[in-house]
Write a protein that binds this ligand. Structure first.
Ligand code: ZN
Length: 117
């Protein structure tokens, strides 16, 4: 990402030289180069903004199958704070980790799948 930004800056400088050099052809070429550079910068900015605007907890509807496979530790399905039972609808998958939000006290705890030895 930094390389693209550097490239964009170089293109702006390069384009400016063309514009300063004068002549219709040079000016048009310079403006096109600057325009491409600005589009690059806009793209970088927008990408960064999209990343930044993403909430910490990604609201993903994930059907986490609790029954059957027994991969998840059933003992973990109570709130660590208040001991309330937690159901699979309280689970959220966030960046590969399973987070569970207690519907009673709001405690967010993460638990991973039991290691498969
Ligand atoms: Zn709780």
């Amino acid at each position: 990402m930094g390389l693209v930004l550097f490239l964009a800056v170089v293109m702006i400088v390069f384009g400016s030289i063309f514009v300063i050099a004068g002549g219709t052809e040079n000016t048009v070429t310079g403006l096109i180069i600057i325009a491409i550079a600005l589009i690059l910068i806009y793209y970088i900015y927008r990408t960064d903004k999209v990343k930044a605007s993403q909430p910490q907890v990604v609201q993903q509807t994930v059907n986490v199958q609790m029954g059957g496979s027994g991969q998840l530790n059933q003992k973990a399905m109570t709130c660590k704070n208040c001991g309330a039972p937690l159901s699979d609808k309280d689970l959220k998958l966030v960046e590969g980790a399973v987070l569970v939000t207690c519907p009673y006290c709001g405690t967010v705890s993460s638990f991973e799948e039991a290691p498969k030895w």
